[in-house]
Structures are given as structure tokens and as C-alpha cells.
Write a protein that binds this ligand. Structure first.
Ligand SMILES: O=C(O)CCC(=O)C(=O)O
Ligand SMILES: [Fe+2]
Length: 285
């Protein structure tokens, strides 16, 4: 299917494309939806510029791709709980998403994709970087692919080793902007997933891990850390990445099943506000 309703321009040789044509404040017709979906599958992350949308319009756009996945730990906007306001002012010590990760991989059915809309963008800085996890997988040797084929990761949603086991609810306590919540007791927030994931639609294999992964399942800590450290370095080779420079009204839509992303924390003294919606995914295999 060639593109008729949209224009698609690659952002790098690795992944990412800018899509122009659709006005996301309006309903999409079937053909436009199909083309946007195809662009997402082909480029793993797509970007729109100069969109003027309300949180409700962002939700409507997201729902074309599936039901909404609410963040288990972060509180949504008042009056629009399925939209998360990601905000950082000069007073906030921590930028949300400032580690290589794929969204909410700590639950049994992690988010399929994330739609992030730029509301307030710093004059300089605050870019988002992405990795193509198919490419990172393809570049491994046949021996390494074989060795990792059956390995599972153990991902957790809170009390990360990296932050000394601190609870999210505590680290966001007292912040003016973003607020954490405590998930219901019956919600599973620690999960094993395959390290090599097959995309349910493209059927391509990719590496599947991010900062939520604390160790490799059923391995000794030093074994697990040695492999993870190799993989963390391997996947972020510039050849597998792209970097998006935000402008107000830009919107990014990434496929969490085959990418990682990283919010760059390089805008001291400035503020950045985004609106974010995640789409429910299926169980990785
Ligand atoms: O703010 C960003 O650039 C990305 C934040 C993030 O990790 C997310 O929205 O999932
Ligand atoms: Fe994220």
C-alpha cells in the first residue's frame, strides 16, 4: 500500500519518520488511519508537527489503535484521568523517563504504544531519543541470538535498584506537578517477559528490555548483570537510534514493542510539559 493520504519522511537511517497530512484534532477516516498505522509499523516511531489538540482529542486519536492503558503508578489529569501530564519545572529534581526504557514493561500486558504531545517545550534541550530494538537484535551474532533465545527478564514497576529501592510514591511526594499513586493490591507490577520478543503484527524479532528490568530470570546476579550491561551498551549504538527535537504542538507516537526511548534531561532552569496517553498491549511472546 503506497501512502496517499499522508506524507512520510524518515528521520534517520535507524528508525523514526515525520508524518504530515492528518489534522489530529479531527476524526480520521479509515484510509488515513490505515496509513498512519502502516507508517508506525514501518518506522517504529512517528512524529507529527503543528498539531493543536485537546487531551480529549489526543485520547480519541489513541483509541483508534486500541483501548487505553492507564499508568499503574502515576496519576492522570484531573477530569481526564487517562491522560498523564508529564511536567518538569526547574524545582523538580527528576525528569520522568530519563533512562532507556520501554513503557510499563513491568505488567503482564505492557503498553503497545505511547502518544506524547508537546505542550511547553524548552528553548533548548528536552529532546527524546529512540532505539530500534529490531536492528539491535539483528546485529547480534548467531551465537549470541541462540544463547539469548530462551532468556526471560524480570521487570519491576517500583523500588528500582538504581534509585536505592525508593518508592515512586515517596520520590514524587510533595511535587507541585506530577503525582504518583499506589496501584491496587491485585494489580501485578512485577513480571517475567521474553528477552527476545516477536512483534505480534510484523512478526519481526527484537530485543525487549529497558530500565525496569532488574535482572535476568533464573540467573545469578553477576551473570545477569554482565549480559545486561553488554546489551545496554549494544542497543544504544548511534546506528540504532534517532533523536527528536520537540516544538510546541509536536506529537510522537512510538511502538513500545520494538523500541526504547529516553527523555533527555538537559534543560536546567526551564520547564517542559507534555500530555501522554498509552495504548493497551498484549502479552509479549
Ligand atoms: O518526556 C519524554 O520525552 C518521554 C517520557 C517518557 O518516558 C514517556 O512518556 O513514556
Ligand atoms: Fe516512557
Amino acid at each position: 500500500m503506497a501512502y496517499k493520504k499522508i506524507e512520510v519522511k524518515s528521520l534517520s537511517g535507524a528508525l523514526g519518520a515525520e508524518v504530515s497530512g492528518p489534522d489530529l484534532s479531527k476524526k480520521l477516516d479509515r484510509q488515513t488511519f490505515n496509513e498512519v498505522h502502516k507508517a508506525l509499523l514501518e518506522h517504529q516511531v512517528i512524529f507529527f508537527r503543528n498539531q493543536k489538540i485537546t487531551p480529549q482529542q489526543q485520547l480519541r486519536f489513541a483509541k483508534y489503535f486500541g483501548p487505553i492503558h492507564e499508568h499503574p503508578y502515576m496519576k492522570g489529569m484531573d477530569g481526564c484521568p487517562q491522560v498523564l501530564r508529564i511536567s518538569r519545572t526547574p524545582k523538580d529534581p527528576r525528569a520522568f523517563g530519563n533512562a532507556w526504557h520501554t513503557d510499563q514493561m513491568f505488567v503482564p500486558t505492557p503498553a503497545l504504544g505511547t502518544i506524547l504531545y508537546g505542550v511547553t517545550i524548552p528553548d533548548t534541550g528536552g529532546d527524546t531519543c529512540f532505539v530500534n530494538m529490531y536492528k539491535a537484535y539483528d546485529a547480534l551474532s548467531p551465537g549470541m541470538k541462540k544463547m539469548l533465545a530462551k532468556v526471560k527478564t524480570w521487570a519491576v514497576g517500583d523500588k528500582f535498584k538504581k534509585f536505592g529501592g525508593e518508592k515512586r510514591a515517596d520520590s514524587w511526594k510533595g511535587k507541585a506537578t506530577m503525582r504518583a499513586k499506589i496501584p491496587p493490591n491485585d494489580l501485578q507490577t512485577e513480571t517475567a517477559h521474553p528477552l527476545i520478543r516477536t512483534h505480534p503484527i510484523t512478526k519481526r524479532k527484537g530485543l525487549y528490555f529497558g530500565s525496569h528490568v532488574q535482572h535476568l530470570y533464573d540467573m545469578a546476579e553477576d551473570e545477569s548483570e554482565a549480559i545486561l550491561e553488554f546489551l545496554r551498551k549494544h542497543v544504544v549504538k548511534p546506528e540504532f537510534t534517532c533523536r527528536f527535537r520537540w516544538t510546541e504542538g509536536s506529537l510522537a507516537f512510538w511502538d513500545n514493542r520494538c523500541t526504547q526511548h529516553y527523555a533527555v534531561d538537559d534543560y536546567p532552569g526551564q520547564s517542559r510539559v507534555m500530555h501522554r496517553v498509552t495504548i493497551r498491549g498484549d502479552r509479549p511472546f
